[in-house]
Design a binder for this molecule. Structure first.
Ligand code: TXA
Ligand code: MG
Length: 333
């Protein structure tokens, strides 16, 4: 893993200045790069939506320095929220709670809840400290595109002003977790997992001592909700590992880019046009997932084929992201 460089005090001070003027800063976090703006400024948060091309009814997560901020940004904070914050903050966990009075409509997309997250990445923490306020930040990608896990990803998608959308892109190295935070909704009767992430449902249940419902398991998969989310431009399909060879044989007429463990790549009769060896360990796989997908997407292939990882719980968040990446509508052959 590439080490995270220490925050650059001059750049952090400049970034805090940009935020005070309602500008946008691309901020490294442990999960993915965020597009940060002053959560207390309607104009600043609107600028996030404009830069991403994101519909205004999508809520954005509010980033804070610690659990002290729970009562400032949420109301009726349940004990479960304090337990999870004590166990996992700072870290890749977002809590959805009833919104506090100061939370702007533009942040919640008009909903009565707010998502709060306390990042552990030293650059995000340095920026929160220097700015001395909360930061609204979605992932720093154009709406519907792959999440960025390097400053280069942000530069080549949103870009820096004047040609691009972002006032300042901070480079804090590649994100060490690599996939977006786990989201747990604690605003209702029972805790619900809205998005799987590096902090597993089992880890959350172990702290809470109660089962955590799965929002996606409860409702049928809504293609509309998933469509074009986290998607590369190249059509992507996930195939069972034991079908990889036969699927590639069926796609012989296309230029195909493959993400699969080396162990599987070595068994293929014909080498695909592009191949990337996938890590066998879920944490390493997650850390490199978006970088690998960005790479495969820019390889000039007509199809991306991903060998499905094992079907065990520690791969749940990765399966979720891969399914979103292939959810672009009609079946392809
Ligand atoms: O790891 C992360 O969470 C990254 C980094 C930058 O912190 N952020 C991120 O933000 O992934 P974004 O906007 O790309 O995804 C946030 C997700 C969206 O699916 C949004 O609908 C959901 O969180 N969300 C935010 N506030 C919510 C709320 N009040 N109720 C339900 N869902 C909410
Ligand atoms: Mg996003």
């Amino acid at each position: 893993m590439t080490a995270t460089p220490a925050p650059d005090a001059v750049l952090i001070a400049r970034a805090a200045d940009v935020l005070r003027r309602c500008g946008l800063v691309a901020m490294p976090t442990e999960t993915v790069y965020g597009l940060a703006a002053d959560a207390a400024s309607e104009a600043a948060v609107r600028a996030i939506f404009a830069a991403k091309g994101r519909p205004a009814d999508h809520p954005v997560i509010v980033h804070v320095l610690g659990a002290d901020a729970l009562d400032a940004w949420a109301r009726d904070v349940p004990e479960a929220a304090r337990q999870l914050a004590a166990a996992f903050w700072p870290g890749p966990l977002t809590l959805v709670l009833k919104r506090g009075e100061r939370v702007l409509d533009v942040v919640t997309g008009g909903q009565d809840t707010v998502g709060l997250r306390c990042p552990s990445h030293p650059w995000a923490r340095a920026l929160l400290q220097a700015f001395d306020g909360a930061l609204a930040a979605p992932s720093a990608n154009s709406f519907g595109r792959l999440s960025p896990t390097t400053a280069h990803h942000v530069r080549s998608d949103l870009g820096e002003k004047p040609a691009g959308e972002v006032d300042l892109i901070l480079d804090g190295g590649p994100c060490p977790v690599g996939i977006e935070s786990t989201i747990v909704d604690l605003s209702g009767e029972r805790p619900t997992l809205l998005r799987p992430g590096a902090i597993t449902r089992a880890a959350i249940e172990a702290v809470l001592g109660v089962p955590v419902a799965d929002a996606r398991g409860a409702a049928p998969r809504a293609p509309g909700r998933l469509e074009k989310h986290y998607a590369p431009r190249t059509p992507l399909e996930v195939v069972a590992a034991d079908r990889l060879g036969s699927r590639l044989a069926a796609l012989f007429h296309l230029k195909v880019a493959v993400l699969a463990p080396q162990r599987l790549l070595s068994t293929l009769h014909a080498a695909p046009a592009v191949e990337v060896a996938a890590p066998e360990d879920p944490a390493a796989y997650a850390r490199l997932l978006y970088a690998n997908l960005h790479w495969l997407d820019h390889a000039g292939a007509e199809r991306i084929v991903v060998a499905a990882p094992p079907d065990t719980s520690e791969w749940a968040a990765i399966h979720d992201r891969l399914q979103r990446a292939q959810a672009t509508g009609s079946a392809r052959t």
